[in-house]
Write a protein that binds this ligand. Structure first.
Ligand SMILES: C[S@@+](CC[C@H](N)C(=O)[O-])C[C@H]1O[C@@H](n2cnc3c(N)ncnc32)[C@H](O)[C@@H]1O
Length: 200
């Protein structure tokens, strides 16, 4: 079943000109939660090969800034930065280039070792970095979507997210169901930066 779903979205992506079957996860998330609106500035972390950036551009028609540790073939209308989202240099660069984002997305995933707890911890580390970036870049009221692998650190992570967003929900889009431990944290209505909390 999972294999069939994967093949289905893989073929559909080829047919419809998307760079990855992951594109459908963002489409499904957006039709359900209305994360991206026309004119939004979107930051796409862990963007390569670019499926989410393509969909973000389609949905917003606005500015899309993509970041990945790996290279990405150019997409017209998408600004790409090569960088590690866990590094302070990348955060600084993004802060200089994107003043007020409406949406921060993160579909970054660690290279899988096959050891569940290790992969879970690495995924939470990436998600923490994405949250830090979201806190720096988002306008109050902005939205944030991040992928995590499920495990025992997820609850603490969610509590951390709840400190910054009024609406937080876990969601598995149809295009990723039954496939893996991955799940998306959907967060809306950024509360704005808490002045007494340090970012790093
Ligand atoms: C599942 S892919 C993203 C697919 C993408 N959303 C799409 O639709 O094409 C995960 C990406 O996360 C990136 N990644 C992993 N660790 C990263 C890090 N520390 N900083 C930036 N990107 C990272 C990987 O290079 C990979 O391209």
């Amino acid at each position: 079943m999972a294999r069939r779903m994967k093949d289905h979205y893989f073929k559909l992506a080829k047919k419809e000109g998307y760079r990855s079957r992951a594109s459908y996860k963002l489409k499904q998330i957006n039709s359900r939660f209305r994360i991206i609106k026309r004119g939004d500035t979107v930051v796409d972390l862990g963007a390569s090969p670019g499926g989410w950036s393509q969909v973000s551009l389609e949905l917003s028609g606005g500015r899309v800034v993509a970041v990945d540790i790996a290279p990405m073939k150019p997409i017209e209308g998408v600004e790409f930065f090569k960088g590690d989202i866990t590094s302070a240099t990348t955060v600084k660069k993004l802060k200089e280039h994107v003043k007020n984002a409406d949406v921060v997305l993160c579909d970054a995933a660690p290279n899988l070792s096959g050891r569940w707890s290790y992969d879970h911890a690495r995924s939470i580390e990436l998600a923490e970095s994405a949250l830090r970036i979201a806190r720096v870049l988002l306008k109050p009221g902005g939205n944030f979507v991040v992928k995590v692998f499920q495990g025992d650190m997820l609850n603490d992570y969610l509590n951390n997210v709840r400190e910054s967003f009024r609406y937080v929900k876990l969601h598995a889009p149809r295009a990723s169901r039954k496939e893996s431990a991955e799940i998306y944290v959907i967060s809306k209505k950024f509360r704005g930066l808490t002045p007494w909390k340090s970012i790093f």
